[in-house]
Each structure stands twice: as C-alpha cells, then as structure tokens.
Design a protein around this ligand. Structure first.
Ligand code: F3S
Length: 755
C-alpha cells in the first residue's frame, strides 16, 4: 500500500460528519488542528471534549513513513506481529545512511556497499509487508512524502522528528518512536496527549531577500527550543496564503526545533498548485470538495486570542532575513545585526562552507532562488570565498533542477553536488580536516545546528539561514556580509552588489524525473524472503520474548540503582551505537552505560553479586542471564525521559531484566516497558528507594495476583539477613496486563491474529 487515492477519499468522506460532531460537542468555532484531530479519533466521531495538554487520546493515523535508521527495529518488531500487511499505507526511505564526501555518484555507491545488508533487509521486508520502498538516492523522507503522500487534512506519523514537514500540505504529521509506528502498522490505535494550540498570524508578504525560512527563524527566536513543547502551531492569515506550499513545508519542518508536536497551515491555492504540479490533481479536486473543513473557521482566525493558548503575530512586510546560531537554532539574529553580534560573541566570521538543501530547504523554489544569486555572482565576476555543497531533497527535484540548468550554475561555482539524502545534516559528512577540531564557521539551510551535528567537530560554528542567504554569504565568505546593503569586490577590482533573489514557486516546465527510485511492494508477498544474514552484526531477527508464567519472580539481583537523571539516552546511548539499531544483541552492549550508580556515583560500574567484582552494566547483566538470574533496575524521578526510542525498553528485557522500579516514569518509556513485557513499577513511598542496598536479592510477594489498580509488594533481602518489604504501584490496565502475560504487546497481537 503506498499512495492511495481511495484512502484519501474515505478520509474526506468522513470529514463533514465528524467536523460537525466536534463542533457540536466543543460548541465553538474550530481551529484546523481541532478539525484534523477530532476527525481522526480511533473511536470514530467525537463523543467527548478533550482537555488540551491533559487528555490522552487514541487516534487513527492515515499513513506512516519511516527512515532507514529507525525503520530497522520497527520492522523487525512488526515482523513479530504475524500480520500479512501493514494496517495503513506505509513507506520506507533510505536517506540517513548515505555519506557526503566526493559527490553523489561515488558517495552513493560507497554507502550502498557499506550498508547493503541494511538496505537489502529494508527492501525485502517492505516488499513482503506491502510497504512502499524508496531506494538509497531517491531522496530525503520528508521531501519525498511532501511530493507524493502528504494531503490536506490528513494525519500521519513518521519515525523521524521532521515528519512535521508535511504540515506544509495541511496535515497533522508527527514524529514518533518506532514502537508507536509498529502499533499503527499492526492495527492498534496511536495515543497522543491532546496538544495545546499556538496560533501564528502572518500578515503582509515576503519580498526581496526575505524567505519562508525567516518566518520560522523568527518564531524560533520567540519561542526558543522548548517553547512549542506539547503544542501544535497553526499558521494563518493573509501572509500564510502568500507563501508557497514548499515554503510552508520549511516552516513546519523547523517546528521541531521549537519542540512543537507539529505545525500546519490551512488548505489554500498554493497547496492546490503544488498538488497539481506533483501529479495529484485528483487529490486537489477532492480537497476542493471539502475545502471549508480543511482550514480553521473564519472566526477563529479573526479573534485568535479567544481560541489559541498563545498567539504570535508576524508582519512579513517588515520581517528581516535572519541567521540563527551557532550551536542552537533559536539564537536568532537579523542579518543587519550580525556584524555587531558576531563581533561581541567572538564567533569566527570567515565562512568555510555553504550548504544548501536537506529536508528543510531543497524545493524547486529554494534552489531556483539560491541559484539566481549564484548566477548573478558569476555574471558580476565574483568567485565564492567558501566551498559549496548541495544536497537535493529528492530525485524529482534534482532531475528537474539539472534539466533547468541550476545544477550547472552551482557547478560553475565549484559546488559539490551530494546524493539526494541527509548527508551533512546528520553528520554523514566526511569533511576534510574536521578531525583537527579547529574553530571555524559554516552556514547552511538545514534545521539543526547543535555542536558536532554536521561534521563531528565541536568547534564548528554552524549557522542556519535561507538557501538564498547561504548562497550570498558563502560567496562573500563572511558571516557579517549583508547583501541588502554591502558590496563585494569582483575580479576587476570593482565593488558590486548582488541582485535580490528571484525564482519560481514551481518549475515553469513542470517536474520531471526518469527514475524516482521507488519500488512498489510485491503483488505476491509469499514469494518474498526477508533478507537477514545470520552472521550480520547490524541486523538480527527478533525472538519473541517469553510469556509470563503467572508466578512471582524470585531470586532477582539488583543490576543498578540509578541515581538522578536517567534518560533514554543514558539507557541506550546514540552516537556510534546507531549502527546497531537493527541488532538487538549488539546494541544491548550499551544498556544503561550512561546511568549513574547510586552506590559509587560512577557510570557503567556496578557490582556483580555473583563474583563480588565490579563490571560494566551490560557485562554484569549478561553474567546474571547466563545463570538464569533475573535482574532489576531501580531508578529515580522521571526515569526514561527523552527520546521515545523503544531500544531503551527492549535492551534490558533482552538481557534478562525483569523489573524496573522507580520513583516516577516518563510516560512514553513506561508504556514502552509495558509493550515489551517488562514490569514497570513505582515506589508507593519514595523514601523506600533508600532502603535498597547493593547486595540485595529481590522477589515479588504478590505479583501472582497482578490486577488493575492493585499494588504489588516487593521483598528486598539484604545480605545481613534483614529484609524490607515495600509497596509499589503500577498503571497497568487489563489490556496491558494481557501484554505482560503474553510476554509483549506484539506476542498478544500475534496470538489474537492466529486465532
Ligand atoms: Fe535528514 Fe536532516 Fe532532514 S537528517 S530527515 S535532512 S533533518
């Protein structure tokens, strides 16, 4: 199942009735966000009012998209569900595992050679389960989704934080962890805390050097990296209508940088134009039929303060181009202030590289506008002072910009054209000399600029701006260059000024592509064999976790009493371990290595009670597992906060940990533990945390009567012969207790499917 006009038709057919039900129950005019959310309730038409920022609500998304790094474990898990096909249309995109070094052709081949086992697995598993597969080089997930799958009023989830990009086509599109994607693929609902709503009213029109990117750079400066947390940002007003659809995508894309759940725009003519230009006139026709439901009610946009939790107003007529950074995307500086700010801040002002592209800014409009600057510079006898790199967002864009001469323009500037993939945006950039860790500055049109993100060098100051401004500043080689007022000296020694950027919202001759890089799933999946080499150290088929025997757990050894902050990054570190995301046993060698041991205040050093010696957390737990001794992890407050990665629950389970007992859980991690068949408990009395000693042997007292709302008691036997019995609480409901009994949620789905 990939692009599915029947699915969109079915979604739109429900709209009038479901929007009416929501309007009746809420008894007020509706925002676009509310229309989309209330139309996608898994229970059907709205029956109750959900409280923003409080209620947990089950939704039924229309689509799923996954990128190659996160899709591995998600699909390995989905294979456990015993389903013949995914329950909703799903696509996989190979874009993260491709390095940028010498240029597209060579880099792509080398990356394929290096990661062929992962790509072959994703290809075969996609083919088997009805999933559309976008090959390495086909493009970056979010650009490909915008071009092919996003549709106004739809809801999608994706295993990547910039899934939110599809808000540019009027979707509620949200980045999730693999476990959530697996649930929806397996036909289960998807839970989200009902978001708060931030309204951004745009008036006026962009002109000259100002681009859609400047809107989100400005918003990031206002909201900061945390200001959007738990909220959906809805853009509206005349200024919104004046933006291209891909420009809207850029703005929504970087909503992730302010922590927003997602962002969106109401359906308008720019979206219709984009749908028609990308071969989806049928979707545009359908959307036109229910247009009034695909945008917020007029009254909401006229009096936004009444209907949104927070309102921001931006006048595009007076908005200045911005450059954000370094090291954080919310440090916003207007271009005309950069000389002063950079001087005060001691940022290196010589620009070494200008990078254009990524999922944020690689549309036809972006490239044509940036290229107009390059063309103007060449015509005026300017040579770039910095190096240039371009990573197009999709093969369709790359093919079209090549046909229209833009690639040639950049090549005349000496630019390297990288593969249509994430490349430098995700640190997949073999930048010459980065290992020397010299202080330097680069400027790019990407979204994130945290330390080390692009080239691994903590001293690289990365600045984020629009593609046209990247072009101008890289040509000048100077962070403080303001193309609106400043001149550059050309090859004849003359002072010249760059002309304002010009470009095309959409290709005047239409999009074109020879091979978009898409592979449809097999018609007959029984003929497809999922390819996993048993000797692989990057991929490993999963074994179902064992069901619970219904008895109390005895003889548990304390693996670690974690002290203080213990995020999913402490439980399953990222960085070099990303390589093993598809191999549960190998990645388990990082389990809890970042957690601090409360007894010695050290990380990755815990007592092996069998030998009395200290070892790493994974080694000690493997030693326990070897003699069938279950482990228990004890934690502090908000245990498992951070990224929703399911590995943080799967790894302890794989290594034989049976229980995680903490003062409090981060909610998503608690749910992930439940899904993986682990017992997640909280202290009824927080002080009991202090009663747990390093040499304890632990057993449950009344787990055999596991029931909803019933506390569980745990006995801690100390090595001096004394013991403490403590009371713990849990939040398992009957359905989740059924997961626990079956060994995991997926085991239960499989059982139900088999019967
Ligand atoms: Fe890829 Fe960077 Fe976007 S990693 S998905 S281009 S944010």
């Amino acid at each position: 199942m990939t692009f599915d006009i029947d699915m969109i038709k079915a979604v739109y057919e429900k709209y009038p009735e479901r929007v009416a039900a929501a309007r009746k129950i809420l008894n007020k005019p509706l925002t676009l966000t509310e229309k989309i959310l209330y139309t996608h309730l898994s229970e059907g038409a709205a029956k109750e009012v959900f409280e923003r920022g409080k209620s947990y609500v089950d939704f039924a998304p229309d689509r799923i998209a996954m990128q190659d790094a996160t899709a591995q474990m998600a699909l390995l898990q989905f294979m456990q569900a015993g389903k013949p096909q995914t329950a909703v249309p799903t696509t996989v995109h190979c874009d993260h595992l491709i390095q940028a070094k010498d240029g597209a052709e060579k880099d792509l081949q080398e990356s394929i050679n290096k990661s062929s086992e992962v790509f072959n697995f994703l290809d075969s598993v996609s083919s088997k389960y009805g999933i559309g597969f976008w090959k390495p080089g086909a493009g970056i997930i979010h650009q490909v989704v915008l071009e092919n799958y996003a549709f106004p009023g739809g809801m999608m989830i994706g295993t990547d934080s910039h899934t939110v990009n599809a808000g540019g086509l009027g979707m509620v599109a949200i980045g999730v962890g693999g476990a959530d994607a697996v649930d929806v693929m397996a036909g289960m609902p998807w839970e989200l805390k009902f978001p708060k709503l931030i309204g951004v009213k745009l008036t006026g029109k962009l002109s000259g050097w100002t681009a859609p990117k400047d809107i989100i750079l400005k918003v990031a400066g206002i909201l900061t990296v945390k200001g959007g947390t738990g909220a959906i940002i809805e853009y509206f007003g005349e200024g919104a209508k004046n933006l291209s659809c891909t420009g809207k995508g850029t703005i929504c894309n970087m909503g992730a940088e302010v922590g927003a759940t997602t962002s969106n725009f109401g359906y308008d003519e720019s979206m219709e134009r984009y749908l028609r230009a990308t071969g989806r006139a049928d979707v545009a026709d359908l959307a036109n039929g229910i247009g009034e439901h695909l945008t917020g009610d007029a009254e909401v946009y006229e009096n936004p303060e009444k209907y949104f939790d927070q309102v921001i107003k931006i006048d595009l007529n007076t908005l200045a181009p911005h450059i954000n950074g370094p090291f954080t995307p919310d440090l916003a500086t207007a271009v005309h202030d950069m000389k002063e700010v950079a001087g005060k801040s001691d940022w290196p002002t010589k620009i070494e590289w200008g990078l254009i592209g990524s999922c944020t800014n690689s549309s036809y409009e972006d490239i044509s506008r940036a290229s107009s600057i390059a063309e103007d510079a060449l015509a005026k006898g300017l040579r770039p002072k910095a190096e240039f790199g371009i990573n197009p967002g999709s093969e369709q864009v790359r093919y079209t910009i090549e046909r229209d001469g833009y690639i040639n323009t950049f090549e005349r500037l000496g630019a390297k054209i990288f593969t249509n993939a994430c490349g430098p945006c995700i640190g997949q950039w073999a930048r010459a000399g980065a290992d020397k860790q010299e202080k330097n500055s680069i400027i790019h049109s990407f979204n994130r600029n945290f330390s080390k993100r692009a080239d691994g060098n903590p001293n690289t100051h990365a600045f984020v701006t629009s593609p046209e401004m990247v072009a101008a500043i890289a040509i000048a080689g100077d962070l403080t260059f303001n193309p609106i007022t400043d001149t550059l000296i050309n090859d004849k020694g003359e002072a010249v000024k760059l002309a304002e950027p010009t470009g095309f919202e959409l290709p005047p001759k239409g999009f074109d592509v020879k091979d978009p890089g898409y592979k449809a799933p097999a018609n007959d999946s029984s003929e497809v064999e999922v390819v996993v080499n048993p000797d692989s150290n990057r991929l490993q088929l999963l074994e179902p976790f064992k069901p619970w025997d219904g008895k109390n757990i005895t003889g548990m050894k304390l693996l670690i009493k974690a002290f203080g902050k213990c995020t999913t990054d402490h439980i399953s570190m990222a960085g070099p371990w990303l390589r093993y995301r598809g191999h549960l046993d190998n990645i388990s060698n990082n389990t809890l290595t970042g957690a601090m041991n409360a007894f010695n205040q050290e990380t990755d050093k815990v007592k092996n009670q069998l030998t009395g010696e200290y070892g790493t957390v994974p080694d000690v737990q493997r030693a326990y597992k070897a003699v069938n001794t279950p482990g228990i992890v004890v934690g502090d407050h908000n245990y498992g906060e951070g990224s929703s990665r399911e590995h943080a629950a799967m790894q302890p389970r794989h290594l034989g940990v049976k229980m995680v007992l903490v003062k409090s859980f981060a909610r998503i991690h608690e749910t992930n533990l439940k899904k993986q068949g682990l017992l997640g408990l909280t202290f009824a009395n927080e002080e009991d945390y202090d009663k747990i000693r390093e040499n304890d042997t632990i057993e449950t007292v009344d787990l055999d009567q596991f029931a909803e709302g019933k506390p569980i008691h745990i006995r801690f036997k100390h090595d001096d012969g004394t013991e403490d019995v403590i009371k713990t609480n849990h939040t398992y409901n009957d359905g989740q207790i059924a997961w626990y009994k079956a060994g995991s949620a997926l085991n239960l789905i499989k059982e139900i499917h088999a019967n």
